[in-house]
Write a protein of this length. Sequence first.
Length: 146
Amino acid sequence: MPDLRIQQPGDDAALRDWRHVHNVIISTHPLSLDEVRDRAARNHLEVAYLGDVLVGCSTVRPPADDTLTATVIARVLPPHRGRGFGEELYARGLHRARQLGAKVIETVVLSSNDDGLRFALKHGFVESERYLLPGDTVPWIDLRLS
């Protein structure tokens, strides 16, 4: 993908772009810029641009305990889906998770995101749990790479 540029958000402008993608796709759980800054301190975040156009973002939650489980999440804005951007974000996230020592890979998808769920299932993830967070009305789906 010659024009696709993926980078870690190094300033507030890039963090706002990451936040925008997250909040569009996870509209039931919008994040503030401060919450995104907190996530950037704990997780590996990336933002994807096609030229100067924002197309997606990703999150890798590193293994935090003896389970050696990392969470890899790739998000692509709806107008840019089906062009391989999710593939690239996912491959980079998976590589990063393994660099961090992950032996088990999980992801999480909002159940209303049919495209995201299809993508996860197509890539070998299997549903492990559905649940509602307090105050939510749309279930989350946890999936594990089989």
